[in-house]
Design a protein around this ligand. Structure first.
Ligand code: ZN
Length: 493
């Protein structure tokens, strides 16, 4: 008997606007796709929150005993600066500005993305496919949509015909928009536009001669539209219809709407049973945006190196802070909120430390099985982590009372209490209980990795004086760098 057979999970489905009982297509198996990052800059904290919400969801589904295939892609081509299919490719633009190859941009920020997620104790997805690795699959879908009559070719580009699609299907059903309203509210097409209608979106864009990221196609050299990669990769790894598709709220329109349209146009049926959208992170009550400076990188939180912070915070404290809000609510980050979370986090960890040595008795004053089920009920109610955390603190209260000799617990209940704490605090919420010393060694690791990165940059700029200085001074401190095929590693003597 698996836990999912005993527990009834409900999920807020963005497509229907209702909380629905979760029933996977294949019993015991879940297919979940989450739109991953476009790797052209360091991952910011708002994105981390979105991915953390789905990490928690992945963790709970696994905890319930489901075999989950979790696909989270890497967008390494096709995402243009402008959502209306104009402008430069974000990665190509960064490559041009930094005078490096687009794939160097991709490599650098993919490594950063994994490093940061690792700090936050994310579980890796089952498959992490890239857009550039699935060009053939994307071309096949375009051919199919053209064949079905829902796309048209103009001068080497292919556009999705939204108006035609809307005659048979419903464009806008996920975001609750009507095509007539969209048409009424959009400006006329720019004179140079190749699209029949402003709502149409690119499946394939012709590459101008200077465009580096290009692939051959039946319509000439070009590159895929951004929305297409997710349809190609989700279909390839999860099938034409799968259980859960997630992403940030900001992707609902147009990205996810377009994914639905592409899948329905090519396969004739809806691709996803449960659409889930995670809400955003604000900072000091305002939207986070690079342009206004109201923005923070995860590294700045770990180092405390940002004007809004009075001190550094560990990744576990930040994770705990994020788990204190429901994934569909807006969460506001501030120094005070982080300080409060840090206090709460330590209170929880102190209770866990006390748990092992609690004395046992003949009776319990606290109904552990009932409390354990309340924890499940919270998670079963659309992954309600703030309610779960409130129940965990109910447990903390009893642990402290037992320690003070004011309450009692039986040996069997103590085991169940420990089990429940382990299940929810570590497995489901993904928090880590780190001692000071291993926090310090993580910091050392981070610092040396940063120096290795700076040394690599110095070397690639042929600045050997700096690269040698970094190596020699680290060596004088007893930290040896070793260059190998897989990159540079270090050892501490
Ligand atoms: Zn996507």
């Amino acid at each position: 008997m698996q836990l999912y057979q005993e527990q009834t999970l409900r999920i807020s489905n963005s497509l229907t606007g209702k909380k629905e009982i979760f029933k996977p297509i294949n019993e015991g198996h879940v297919g979940m796709y989450v739109c991953g990052p476009t790797v052209y800059s360091n991952v910011h904290l708002g994105n981390c929150r979105t991915f953390m919400s789905f990490d928690m969801i992945f963790r709970y589904l696994r905890h319930l005993g489901y075999k989950v295939r979790y696909v989270r892609n890497i967008t390494d081509a096709g995402h243009l600066v402008d959502d209306a299919d104009e402008g430069e490719d974000k990665i190509a633009k960064k490559a041009r500005l930094e005078k490096i190859e687009p794939m160097e941009v991709v490599q650098r920020y993919t490594v950063d993305f994994h490093y940061i997620l690792d700090q936050f104790n994310f579980l890796p997805p089952s498959i992490e496919p890239t857009a550039t690795g699935h060009i053939i699959e994307q071309l096949e879908i375009i051919k199919e949509i053209l064949k079905k009559g829902y796309a048209y070719e103009v001068n080497g580009s292919v556009y999705f015909d939204v108006k035609k699609f809307n005659e048979k299907y419903e464009y806008g059903k996920l975001s609750g928009r009507k095509l007539e309203d969209m048409v009424a509210n959009t400006r006329e097409l720019a004179a140079q536009s190749e699209k029949k209608n402003p709502q149409d979106f690119a499946l394939w864009k012709k590459a101008e001669p200077q465009h580096i990221m290009r692939w051959p196609s039946p319509w000439g050299d070009g590159f895929p539209g951004w929305h297409l990669e997710c349809t190609a990769m989700s279909t390839k790894y999860l099938g034409e219809t799968f259980d859960i598709h997630g992403g940030g709220m900001d992707l609902k329109f147009p990205h996810h709407e377009c994914e639905i349209a592409q899948a329905e146009a090519s396969n004739g049926h809806s691709p996803v049973n449960y659409w889930m959208h995670a809400n955003m992170l604000t900072m000091n009550g305002k939207k986070m945006a690079k342009s206004t400076g109201n923005n923070i990188l995860p590294g700045e939180i770990f180092s405390g190196d940002n004007d809004i912070l009075s001190k550094p915070f560990t990744a576990s404290v930040v994770r705990f802070f994020m788990m204190q809000a429901h994934y569909t609510s807006i969460l506001d980050l501030s120094n005070d909120a982080l300080l409060a979370s840090e206090k709460g986090f330590h209170r929880l960890m102190d209770a866990i430390d006390n748990l092992k040595d609690l004395p046992t008795a003949e009776v319990s004053n606290f109904d552990i099985p009932e409390w354990r089920q309340k924890c499940y009920d919270a998670m079963n109610d659309d992954f309600n982590t703030p309610i779960l955390i409130a129940h965990l603190f109910e447990g903390v209260k009893h642990i402290n009372l037992i320690k003070e000799g004011k309450e009692k617990i039986t040996a069997a209940d103590k085991v169940l209490l420990q089990q429940t704490i382990n299940d929810f605090v570590f497995d489901v919420l993904g928090l880590e209980h780190k001692t000071e010393s291993n926090q310090d060694s993580n910091k050392l690791q981070g610092v040396v990795e940063l120096l290795i990165q700076l040394r690599n940059e110095a070397r690639s700029n042929r600045d050997f004086a700096t690269s040698d200085k970094i190596r020699d001074q680290l060596s004088a401190m007893g930290i040896q760098l070793k260059d190998g095929k897989e990159g540079t590693t270090f050892s501490v003597s």
